[in-house]
Design a protein around this ligand. Structure first.
Ligand code: NAP
Ligand code: MG
Length: 399
């Protein structure tokens, strides 16, 4: 059998610990036997980031701008303990943060659904994708402790020196104070990414905020979405038969719980932080959550939502045959390959990526799964715990 050919390479970003091991196994067992894999390889493992003073992360992000589609393995975000463990000269920044900064994107997280692993919300039949605006608001706020009586004001000093003032509160006793901001450039990028991802995945888009209470701040977000939709996306949405829908965040929560799923829910920064954990927990397992960074300029970077699974790696190093779930990392590869196929007009590559996804899901549905899923299993056949490598081989034989 001749291998599937690619025309444009994928940007491949290798990572750390257990996911680095899975990365290699996935390539060897599921990809390389069937695809003449073309990648531009960047090693984002911590030793290489240290060696290159983190230049490798920047190079990988720049390459994504050049080639358009990347696939990334989970990476360690250093903390004080990692600085010691890896003898780092500096506490390097989170690679995901660096890449997101360069590509200016929005992260979309989607659960992988399997019959036999049922969402807590029983009417959810299709995945719900959360898009979080990962910039500004409370995450970049200035805060003050108010020691006692006094007047708090918002003051904006324009470039020409003109001041605009507004009283926040006349304090009669101690309290607290916070100033939040966002910028149009970031909100516009967020909205573009959401509209484009809805079109690219053929799903309805919901956006929620609290504009009835926040009549200037949240309303501004709502207006930017509405204006862009009218000006640039309405026609394409209508042609695809999908809708854009704005509602208040509390109404959105009620509707999401009652829905059957199958849409994208765009959230402001804080809402997205909270709601993505709620939705992912209700769908089952972090190991079954995929993630894609979509830039408003049309670049895509696919990855798993989980980390490097440090505890399993420690056992792997002791020689144990671990049972770490590779599903989200497999789907990062298939997502990237399918997108490459779509962009390069290689329908066979896209179809092959979908076949791997199908074979992976069917393997679990046949009762073969990694340890994390065994406890969640409610299928009709008994669950059989497989090591990571056995599970990948099970998928390959089904493929
Ligand atoms: P983690 O790697 O996501 O793992 C936390 C726990 O979740 C694991 O110990 C394991 O539970 C379970 N788990 C996660 N993924 C799993 C999988 N594929 N299969 C089976 N079980 C899975 O989070 P962490 O331990 O907090 O972080 C480890 C490192 O990852 C950190 O250095 C952090 O900086 C990094 N990280 C990277 C990314 C990224 O690159 N996108 C994201 C998050 C964290 P049990 O031990 O109970 O089996
Ligand atoms: Mg959080």
């Amino acid at each position: 059998m001749s291998k599937l050919q690619m025309t444009t390479p994928l940007v491949e970003m290798d990572g750390d610990e257990m996911t680095r091991i899975l990365w290699q196994q996935i390539k060897e067992v599921l990809l390389e036997p069937y695809v003449d894999l073309k990648t531009v390889y960047f090693d984002l493992g911590l030793p290489e980031r240290e060696k290159t003073k983190d230049q490798v992360t920047i190079d990988a992000a720049e390459a994504t701008k050049k080639y358009g589609v990347a696939v990334k393995c989970a990476t360690i975000t250093p903390n004080a303990q990692r600085v010691e463990e890896y003898h780092l000269s500096k506490m390097w920044k989170s690679p995901n943060g660096t890449i997101r900064g360069i590509l200016d994107g929005t992260v979309f997280r989607t659960p992988i659904m399997v019959n036999g692993i049922n969402p807590v919300v029983k009417n959810w039949k299709e995945p719900i994708t959360i898009a979080r605006h990962a910039f500004g608001d409370v995450y970049k706020a200035a805060e003050l402790s108010v020691p006692g009586a006094g007047k708090a004001e918002l003051v904006f000093t324009a470039a020409d020196g003109t001041e605009t003032r507004k009283t926040i509160n006349e304090f009669t006793g101690p309290g607290v104070l916070q100033g939040q901001f966002n910028v149009d450039a970031s909100i516009v990028s967020f909205a573009h990414s959401c509209f484009q991802y809805a079109l690219s995945t053929n799903q309805d888009l919901w956006f929620s905020s609290k504009d009835t209470i926040s009549k200037t701040y949240d309303h501004h977000f709502k207006d930017i979405f509405a204006d862009l939709y009218e000006a640039q996306y309405k026609k394409a949405f209508e042609e695809k038969g999908i809708t854009y829908f704005y509602t208040l965040i509390d109404d959105a929560v009620a509707r999401v719980i009652r829905s059957k799923g199958g849409f994208i829910w765009a959230c402001k920064n804080y809402d997205g932080d909270v709601m993505s954990d709620m939705v992912s927990t209700a769908f089952g397992s972090l190991a079954m959550m995929t993630s894609v960074l979509v830039s408003p300029h049309g670049y895509f970077e696919y990855e798993a939502a989980h980390g490097t699974v440090t505890k399993h790696y420690a056992r792997y190093l002791q020689g144990e045959q671990v049972s770490t779930n590779p599903m989200a990392t497999i789907f990062a590869w298939t997502g990237a390959l399918a997108k490459r196929g779509e962009l390069d007009n290689l329908p066979e590559l896209t179809a092959f990526a979908k076949k791997i996804e199908q074979a992976s899901i069917e393997t679990i549905e046949a009762g073969l799964m990694t340890g994390d899923l065994v406890g969640l299993w409610e299928g009709s056949v008994p669950a059989k715990k497989r090591t990571s490598l056995e599970f990948l081989q099970d998928i390959a034989s089904r493929l």
